[in-house]
Design a protein around this ligand. Structure first.
Ligand SMILES: [Zn+2]
Length: 201
């Protein structure tokens, strides 16, 4: 226990991930100062047990979220048979709503008609996560993924659908759990109803 220990309010069992005991110093991440100010503003003591390392964790979390590296996306293979419909579903991503800074998750399905390039399966998840790791709205997330899939596959025929739950709806406001669905249809997916029926529902 250091000399900075604040008065304890009741028992506190959250010391298990207490890390370094550093204070916020001149070299600290500005996000730490913001987190300390936030804690003070909501009536908390940032120096009490349990909160002392919270500003540093908060800053680390934001840096990890924003500096997310999706890895290599652009590797593709030559496709022998073209005009195949390729679909990858169930890609769960987490993002942050730019209106409330609250999380939302989306299950993303990506489909495209292969021309002469096919992308490795893991690339679709990387593309989706890359677009999710910034402040977003679900419509732009869906459109951004479609843009990248068009770019990396060289196919104009791309369909991206996302179904998600937004904590800004579930935790606040109307406080009901509701799914939001968005879809972007490009190329033949827009023009050809028969092709759309081949998408898994
Ligand atoms: Zn929101």
């Amino acid at each position: 226990m250091t000399s900075f220990s604040p008065p304890r309010s009741g028992s506190d069992s959250f010391d298990d991930d207490f890390e370094s005991g550093e204070e916020v110093g001149v070299d600290s991440d500005p996000l730490e100062q913001i987190a300390r100010s936030l804690l003070v503003e909501i009536g908390e003591d940032p120096d009490r047990d349990g909160l002392r390392e919270t500003p540093a964790r908060y800053a680390r979390w934001w840096r990890e979220f924003i500096d997310y590296d999706p890895g290599k996306i652009e590797t593709s293979f030559h496709s022998v048979s073209s005009d195949q419909l390729i679909e990858v579903s169930g890609i769960r991503v987490w993002s942050l709503c730019e209106h409330h800074l609250l999380p939302f998750w989306c299950d993303v399905s990506i489909a495209y008609v292969a021309r002469n390039k096919i992308l490795g399966l893991s690339k679709f998840a990387r593309i989706a996560h890359k677009h999710a790791h910034r402040l977003q709205v679900q419509e732009r997330l869906t459109a951004g993924i479609a843009d990248s899939v068009q770019e990396f596959t060289g196919s104009p025929d791309v369909a991206v659908r996302a179904r998600g739950e937004h904590l800004c709806m579930t935790m606040r406001g109307v406080r009901t759990s509701a799914d939001m669905s968005t879809s972007v249809l490009r190329g033949d997916f827009e023009r050809n109803a028969e092709l759309r029926t081949r998408l898994s529902s």
